[in-house]
Design a protein around this ligand. Sequence first.
Ligand SMILES: O=P(O)(O)OC[C@H]1O[C@@H](O)[C@H](O)[C@@H](O)[C@@H]1O
Length: 305
Amino acid sequence: MPFNIYHDKHGLPRIILTEPKGSSAEVLLYGGQVVSWKNERKEELLFMSSKGNWKQPKAIRGGISSCFLRFGDLGSLEQYGFTRNRMWSLDRDPSPLPPSDNQSSVDLILKSTGVDLKTPRSFEFRLRISISPGKLILIPRVRNTDNKAFSFTFALCNYLSVSDISEVRIEGLETLDYFDNLMNRSRFTEQADAITFDGEIDRVYLRSPSKIAIIDHEKKRTFVLQKNAMPDAVVWNPWDRKGKTLPDLGVDDYKFMICMNSAAIENPIVLKPSEEWKGYQEISTVSSSYCSGQLDPLKVLYGLH
Ligand SMILES: O=P(O)(O)OC[C@H]1O[C@@H](O)[C@H](O)[C@@H](O)[C@@H]1O
């Protein structure tokens, strides 16, 4: 049995993935959202809001959700897409990916033909979620089942748990151009050696490298985000003022989270009828070895540890 399934206190089906070394993940069929990822020491690696006031149809704030944004040619549907606010199903036929039997994986599917999904275009959205020691892998796929081409933007929204946002440093985005969502999406070039945090940030870094390191100095832990087919990277933290305006975020929660999203935003993905787009994201953790307070970025980004 590759996973277990049970109903939580909201009556929603939850899937539990475990692997022999002791790490685990939990996935909600509602939204296809990863709501927990624990390492073998049972430490939670994903941030979840401390406010327990979650109500459908909103997605729970935290974890990892897919933002299947708007169809490029058809104006906006829901702001950050609708796939995180719908009930997904187990995908019994994940072809052409090999079936995930006997692995710590689950395959989910959301079809536009579902009763509540009256989208202007017809598609199938599949998501494979897998864990292995120290790694969480997500493979999103979108197939055009329509008779016309369509385009869309996409993001995997990763809320990572950090000990103190002021002690976090992101390496891998230096010198890149970015759209600043706090400045009407104006375009700038990153001048800093690394991204550090002392206020609200909401940026879309363009054409980022396939590996980004999120270094948590206090925890002595580094998340390495590796991605394919999602060239952009979103960095978001609301800080205290914006955080207080979000009804589903605890007052101090902004200190313990960083949103580091894999995305395809600048250039929408175009799919002809029956074509499929496939993305890939792997998050792993490495223990940070200190050298005068700084990590060796080569070690983190090129895996020389
Ligand atoms: O409140 P939501 O819809 O989950 O979005 C939260 C944030 O998500 C981030 O990924 C975006 O860059 C922000 O602009 C947005 O505010």
